[in-house]
Design a protein around this ligand. Structure first.
Ligand code: AMP
Length: 509
């Protein structure tokens, strides 16, 4: 197939820290789309400079030390989230820009005096990737398969689709990042294997157990944490450095955005260097001044053992999640043929050692940790095109339960976690009060029994119920989850046959 066909569908890995795009050129060959003839990576960073210019990608990252308040990064952690205090607080602690509750029961971020919703920033990044791809390919790209963490909720998936709509990029399909990595590994090899994808990127952790039967990719179970990634490894190092500096000089650097951004920058580079070296000097000159006006430097030597000790709880947590997913899939370590590592943070030797110990064998070298997701998305995009002869079957699952709120606040589960998608289920409902003409259903997603601890997906109001005694009305509510993991609902009055359909809209608080 000619890759320059203008209806081509590219694959986009929209990452927390870095994004990457690829296109299939036929026969399963995929090219990563380079940025200005070089690196395929576009940092997922957006900024507005002093003059009011918008910058995206490398240009934005290059100036982030000098403009920390107006440089937005890791906003993927906020996309499609309700403004719960702990989320805002957790992210606010590790970034220098301001985060607050938005107007649509979501999270907003400030940049150069303007408030943006998180998906608007995703839209800016998608726009940039589309422009880079269009320049490289010589036509305007208008369609893409975009990947999301398997552990994204319905609401987060919808937010990514909306981001595409904002920049006129049709997101033809959303697929899960580990599933995309499995496609990159397995297509064209006639495999009969059960693999586990361990995906530890900049901001999120995902794990999926996937059965590959030639061109059928069936997810058996998935799990993850969308607040566990390389940034948390950086944060652990930063906390250690700040504490050390405080005890030596009695000065807390946490309140100084420029100092914090300089530290974050060097911490990440040091962490990456420590994957190939056992000790690295760490030095930032003139980080601050004493009360007497004396300049102070931040200097130490960072060694691999210290990094491993500081981040051990994070690696432990990933393995706990892996254990849970194995239990869900009804498997033990020996049932896994290959372990696939995806995401930049899996380059850390301690991560690889712990996985080797867990599974009793080293992880596979079958995929490139930074590129596999974009490659899988591109291959999937290619399979969706009419002219393609690649026919794939992707059988994915819902990452966490979806249900409705019962009287008393508990979750009535409609789809349990790991239910296959697409899927549909009907439940019956009725009125609880005499004369009631409206039925309001609140839909939640999460694995906690109390809805207060789950994520509100939205509210569905079925009006025009025939008034009567409590329990007299007979309604049927049908829940459907698409192949992309997106929920829609319809309700039917079983007596009148009247029907109402909607995708679940996020309720305004
Ligand atoms: P990704 O989202 O897959 O691009 O992963 C980015 C994360 O991987 C960032 O937190 C990086 O700091 C981290 N990372 C990249 N390369 C390495 C490396 N060699 N060792 C440890 N972490 C790395």
């Amino acid at each position: 197939m000619d890759p320059r066909a203008t209806d081509a569908i590219i694959g986009i890995d929209l990452g927390t820290t870095n994004s990457c795009a690829a296109i299939a050129t036929g026969d399963g060959q995929v090219t990563l789309i380079p940025y200005r003839g070089g690196d395929p990576i576009v940092p997922s960073v957006f900024a507005i400079d002093d003059k009011g210019h918008e910058l995206v990608g490398h240009e934005a990252k290059r100036q982030w030390q000098l403009n920390p308040r107006n440089t937005l990064y890791a906003t993927k952690r906020l996309i499609g989230r309700a403004p719960r205090d702990e989320i805002v607080e957790t992210v606010q602690r590790s970034v220098q820009y301001r985060i607050h509750a938005g107007e649509r029961n979501d999270v907003a971020v400030d940049c150069h005096g303007q408030a943006f919703q998180a998906h608007e920033i995703a839209a800016k990044i998608l726009h940039k990737i589309r422009d880079v791809a269009s320049d490289h390919l010589g036509f305007k790209v208008s369609r893409a398969v975009v990947t999301v963490p398997a552990y994204f909720t319905d609401r987060q998936r919808q937010a990514v689709k909306e981001a595409g709509r904002l920049v006129d990029l049709e997101v033809v399909r959303i697929i899960n990042e580990p599933t995309a990595a499995a496609l990159a590994y397995g297509i064209g090899k006639r495999l009969q294997e059960r693999i586990l994808v361990y995906d530890l990127g900049g901001g999120t952790f995902d794990v999926s157990v996937i059965e590959i039967r030639d061109r059928v990719f069936e997810v058996k179970a998935t799990g993850g944490d969308i607040f566990l990634g390389g940034i948390d490894f950086d944060d652990a190092m930063i906390r250690h450095l700040l504490q050390d500096f405080r005890s030596r000089h009695g000065i807390d650097l946490a309140g100084d955005p420029v100092a914090m951004q300089r530290i974050r920058d060097l911490v990440e580079r040091t962490k990456i260097d420590l994957s190939s070296r056992s000790e690295v000097p760490f030095s930032i000159p003139f980080i601050t001044m004493t009360a007497q006006g004396q300049p102070l430097n931040l200097e130490c030597r960072f060694d691999r053992a210290t990094l491993e000790q500081l981040t051990r709880p994070l690696v432990d947590r990933t393995l706990q999640i892996v254990g849970g997913v194995m239990v869900d899939a009804g498997l033990t370590a020996t049932d896994i043929d290959e372990v696939m590592l995806v995401g930049g943070q899996t380059r850390m030797p301690a991560v690889q050692e712990r996985i080797t110990r867990f599974f009793g064998k080293p992880p596979s070298k079958g995929v490139h940790p930074d590129e596999a997701v974009a490659i899988g998305a591109a291959l999937y995009g290619w399979s969706l095109q009419e002219r393609s002869d690649l026919k794939l079957q992707l059988l994915d699952v819902i990452p966490m339960a979806i249900g409705i709120e019962q009287a008393g606040g508990d979750l009535h589960v409609v789809f349990p976690r790991n239910a296959p998608i697409p899927n549909a289920r009907a439940i019956s409902a009725t009125t609880s009060e005499a004369g009631q003409t409206e039925l309001v259903v609140r839909i939640f997603q999460g694995d906690q029994p109390e809805t207060a601890r789950d994520e509100l997906l939205g509210e569905f109001t079925f009006s025009g119920v025939r008034p009567g005694a409590p329990g007299e009305a007979r309604l049927e509510i049908l829940f459907e989850v698409s192949v992309e993991g997106i929920l829609s609902m319809s309700a039917r009055d079983l007596e009148s046959g009247r029907q109402m359909k909607t995708t679940v809209r996020v309720a305004s608080a």
